[in-house]
Design a protein around this ligand. Sequence first.
Ligand SMILES: CC(C)(COP(=O)(O)OP(=O)(O)OC[C@H]1O[C@@H](n2cnc3c(N)ncnc32)[C@H](O)[C@@H]1OP(=O)(O)O)[C@@H](O)C(=O)NCCC(=O)NCCS
Length: 191
Amino acid sequence: MSRPFLPRPDIPDSLVAAERGYALRPWHRSDAPLVREAFAPEDMAPMGPWPMRTDAEAVQWIADWTHKQVQGIGYALAVQSPLGRVIGNVAVSDVDRVNGTGWVTYWTAPSARGRGVATIGLRALATWAYTALDLYRLELGHRVSNAAACSVAKRAGFQVEGLQRAKLRLEGARYDVELHARLATDPVPDL
Ligand SMILES: CC(C)(COP(=O)(O)OP(=O)(O)OC[C@H]1O[C@@H](n2cnc3c(N)ncnc32)[C@H](O)[C@@H]1OP(=O)(O)O)[C@@H](O)C(=O)NCCC(=O)NCCS
């Protein structure tokens, strides 16, 4: 069945409200310097399809997500602070409309970490994905050594489902990945 070209209720054209005055919004081309800076730390290497060394590469990252969004297969939303600064990203990719599933990722700009940004962003993304995209099951995975990512997942209501042994190879070493998932009907812990 073909999808209507416009309007697309699954593409937010304004802010998506999150808790504590935060909000999600679509990425804009003008956000490229911020994306480049956010990808500078070593722990961000697995989060991008290519190294984000220049603004042009960051523009391409934004364009890539916009393309996925138009296709209806992936959505990346910037996390905006109560002061209106963009400080993180939450995304759902591999959107499967038949089964109502999606794969979730998140990152926070280095200067804004440890303040609950990813937790608030992920909780808002999940609510949005269950309603605007009509998904039922959201999945994510993190290296077992990534305690912060695990904590974010649990505080956003994503239950542990299992372990994928030696799933990732990074700089020659292999890493186990812990899987989490949250169903639309799962309870969400208080923030
Ligand atoms: C993982 C990441 C997204 C967390 O972002 P954040 O905005 O700092 O996360 P929050 O502040 O919402 O929550 C961090 C939680 O992890 C905990 N935490 C932070 N660093 C930690 C560490 N080194 N060890 C253990 N827990 C840690 C915090 O205490 C907090 O838990 P709490 O709410 O129970 O106190 C961020 O570190 C990041 O962008 N990392 C690189 C990308 C990545 O790994 N993404 C996840 C894979 S999908």
